[in-house]
Write a protein that binds this ligand. Structure first.
Ligand SMILES: *Cc1c(COP(=O)(O)O)cnc(C)c1O
Length: 405
């Protein structure tokens, strides 16, 4: 046992703390002003929600944005508006947060898991194409960690097969693919404002689209099925009350002012860390090609090779790294199809056919990412200084030296 390692009581490599969320008096004043106005709700009381939606749509280069209570409901709004019917299939990756797939179940549809690319951990276009059946309706690419999926290939597949694309951009605020903001490329882009996300109001979500019909439907579903120009107690669609408050809206408007600079900072730090880690044996950052004009590093991911760390298991390595003061984590313990929800088929939904069976599903790349390879550094750490990136590497080298001694 090496007593120098922080996990064994030694000095930490990094002693500063990385704060999240970042805010100042502006956020406090904005929320206080709403509280004092007494106009806390939407859509009857004030227009702060609409103001934020317009600002976010403009920021993304999209025509419309519709806020809602979180980034899971936003996926559900998008899927329903895309016209999925009970029993339809929706293609999703297995290396993502549960609601990318459970929102599909909530729509009475069947999530079909296809594997990720080993270099990017994003959904593999070839695997998507191979999984398409005559029941497939929607593809949900997740821009994992804020790294854009291969959108040209995915949009091409979708158009050839007449499928809709809902981008799960819950990690992707402000990131770009070929100069386009993530979420603005598919039919709908979905974002989360949950507290860990790169733009947050504690909870919240939003969908963006250029399509007039999708916009009208998602807006209606968000607002208890009401329609534009309709009476307050006339309900046309099977929606619910998924509206956010004015307090959230002003908080988001203030946070949005910080997003561009924060995203650039994370992007620069990520590029620098890539450069530094290229020199470390047994550590391989995920690859980012020319088409990634901006990564937002909601998660900075590298692949860990235990053989260069004396056979130290990934999970122990991740614990040691966190103990050294690097905000890091081992990531998902298993691909989504291994979750009891899918293995036990606790769907509470009669529309999902008996033939849907996850017991034999296996996506080897996702399994390897979960079991042995993927280590995450979290977004607030990527808001640090260049010096902090150097210290992250120092912490890795410290562990490597200790376990190889
Ligand atoms: C966070 C997250 C969601 C869900 O967002 P919530 O606001 O927590 O409901 C969906 N997809 C991905 C990939 C996420 O990380």
């Amino acid at each position: 046992m090496d007593r120098n390692l922080a996990i064994n009581g030694g000095a930490k490599t990094i002693t500063k703390s990385f704060n999240w969320p970042v805010y100042d008096q502006n956020e406090v004043d904005a929320v206080a002003a709403i509280v004092q106005s007494g106009k806390w709700g939407n859509p009857d009381c004030g227009d702060e929600v609409a103001k934020f939606e317009k600002a976010f749509a403009d920021y993304c280069g999209s025509k419309y944005a519709i806020t809602c209570v979180n980034g899971s409901v936003s996926l559900r709004l998008a899927l329903i508006a895309c016209g999925v019917k009970p029993g339809d299939e929706v293609i999703v990756p297995p290396y993502t947060f549960i609601t990318t797939a459970s929102s599909v179940i909530e729509c009475n549809c069947v999530p079909v898991f296809v594997d990720i690319d080993p270099d990017t951990y994003n959904i593999s276009p070839a695997a998507i194409e191979a999984a398409i059946t005559d029941r497939t309706k929607v593809i949900v690419p997740v821009h994992f960690g804020g790294l854009a999926c291969d959108m040209d290939a995915i949009m091409d597949i979708a158009r050839r097969h007449g499928l809709k694309v809902v981008e799960d951009a819950a990690h992707g605020h402000g990131a770009e693919y070929k100069g386009k903001k993530l979420g603005s490329i598919g039919d709908v882009g979905s974002f989360s404002f949950q507290s860990s996300k790169n733009l947050t109001s504690g909870e919240g979500g939003i969908v963006i689209t250029d399509d007039d019909e999708l916009y009208a439907m998602m807006r209606s579903l968000r607002n208890v099925g009401r329609i534009e120009g309709g009476q307050w107690y006339d309900h046309y669609n099977p929606g619910c009350n998924y509206r956010i408050t004015q307090m959230q809206a002003v908080l988001l408007s203030e946070q949005l002012k910080r997003l561009e600079a924060q995203t650039c900072k994370r992007n620069e730090n990520g590029l620098y860390l890539n450069q530094l880690l290229a020199e470390v044996e047994g550590i391989t950052p995920l690859s980012r090609g020319e088409e990634i004009t901006r990564h937002c590093y909601h998660i900075y991911i590298f692949k860990y090779d235990a053989s260069k760390f004396g056979g130290l298991p990934k999970n122990t390595f991740a614990e040691m790294l966190a103990a050294e003061g690097v905000p890091s984590f081992k990531g998902y313990p298993h691909p989504l199809y291994k979750q009891p929800l899918f293995q036990k088929k606790n769907f509470m939904c009669y529309a999902i056919p008996e033939t849907a069976d996850y017991s034999e599903v296996c996506c080897p790349v996702a399994e390897q990412a979960c079991n042995t390879d993927a280590v995450w550094i979290l977004q607030h750490a990527m808001l640090g200084e260049k010096k902090d990136m150097e210290l992250f590497v120092e912490a890795i080298l410290k562990i490597q030296a200790a376990v190889n001694a």
